[in-house]
Design a protein around this ligand. Structure first.
Ligand code: SF4
Length: 329
């Protein structure tokens, strides 16, 4: 089972509930491969790559502090497997351009993202590179959300075409529908995202979190403490439900609806509970960050672990495509 994430920033509370908890469970159930997709970060952020290495390290530390265990899951960096680029090239030979042009998320992102120049070939090729990421480790299962399903279907089509041309070398992956993570609102009530500037970061300090919670949006219709509120549409309450003691959360739910308590008190308690919830993670992360080179050592060990299988597969691919060295007599 393979999944990868682009190192484009520190991980947030949204990532924690959206995928980290799932990754932790999946490492128990599957032979898991978690990779840092640093080349994928370049496809969209090629104009400024200065933070890629730092975010790679931060992401691995976040993973480890969250309980992703490098003994159970193989953690590696995409660029430590240069054959991913080679396999992308080979796959490009069997892939019609029209297959890439019709990938819905490619079109959507070209239309929606205006602050980045996505007219580059690298970005156009990213679904192909994903196909190489998946097939190079012979991943037979890939967790996919709804928006990623067409990508996996594309990989399957490419694999069938490749195998039909050169022999049964690549494994056709199947989709695993991941358990749906909780949706975490950002401090402004929109989906939590670093690009909206509304994120609570896992690795920030308790003081930073408290300040953000203090400024959080609540039920917008509740202007005064004497107005009854609706916790169901209150972003602060939605986060409290995820991290607080259920009895305490239920009491805030009740007293809000009958205007017996105010938002200021709720913010104070929610910040306290959120910080308590993240305390163990933060302590562990600080310990891990103090170990020099830890993230890089983990990445290197992961790359070394998959090396024999990569060599074997790529040897077979080169031979099948007649681009290996001839046997000299
Ligand atoms: S009292 Fe709590 S639940 Fe109600 S609107 Fe204020 S912050 Fe939200």
């Amino acid at each position: 089972m393979l999944t990868g994430y682009r190192p484009t920033g520190r991980l947030t509370l949204g990532h924690w509930f959206g995928n980290l908890l799932n990754m932790r469970e999946m490492q128990e159930e599957y032979e898991a491969y978690y990779f840092v997709a640093d080349w994928h970060a370049l496809t969209s952020d090629w104009q400024d790559t200065s933070a890629v290495r730092r975010f790679t390290e931060e992401m691995v530390l976040d993973w480890l502090a969250a309980g992703i265990d490098p003994e159970k899951a193989t953690i590696y960096r995409q660029s430590d497997v240069p054959e991913v680029a080679e396999l992308t090239l080979y796959l490009s030979m069997v892939t019609p351009m029209s297959w890439l042009e019709r990938v819905p998320s490619y079109k959507e992102q070209r239309e929606q993202i205006s602050d980045k120049d996505l007219g580059n070939v690298g970005f156009f090729l990213y679904p192909l590179m994903q196909a190489a990421d998946i097939t190079i480790v012979k991943a037979d299962l890939v967790p996919v959300g709804e928006d990623q399903a067409p990508h996996l279907e594309l990989t399957r089509e490419i694999v069938r075409r490749f195998n039909g041309t050169y022999g049964e070398l690549l494994v056709e992956p199947q989709a695993v529908i991941p358990k749906e993570g909780a949706r975490v609102p950002g401090t402004d009530g929109r989906k939590m995202s670093k690009s909206y500037g509304n994120a609570i970061y896992l690795s920030e300090s308790a003081e930073e979190t408290t300040a953000k919670v203090r400024g959080m949006v609540t039920d917008p219709a509740r202007k005064l403490k004497t107005d009854p509120g609706n916790p169901d549409i209150c972003p602060l309450h939605q986060i409290h439900r995820l991290v607080g003691d259920p009895a305490v959360v239920a009491e805030f739910d009740r007293c809000c609806r009958v205007a017996e308590c105010g938002c200021v008190a709720h913010k104070v308690k929610m910040a306290e509970d959120l910080n308590a919830y993240l305390a163990e993670f933060r302590e562990r992360r600080a310990e891990l960050a103090a170990q020099r080179n830890l993230a890089w050592d983990v990445l290197q060990a992961g790359a070394a672990r998959i090396r024999p299988a990569i060599d074997e597969l790529m040897g077979a691919v080169r031979e099948a495509m007649h681009v290996d060295a001839p046997v000299l007599r």
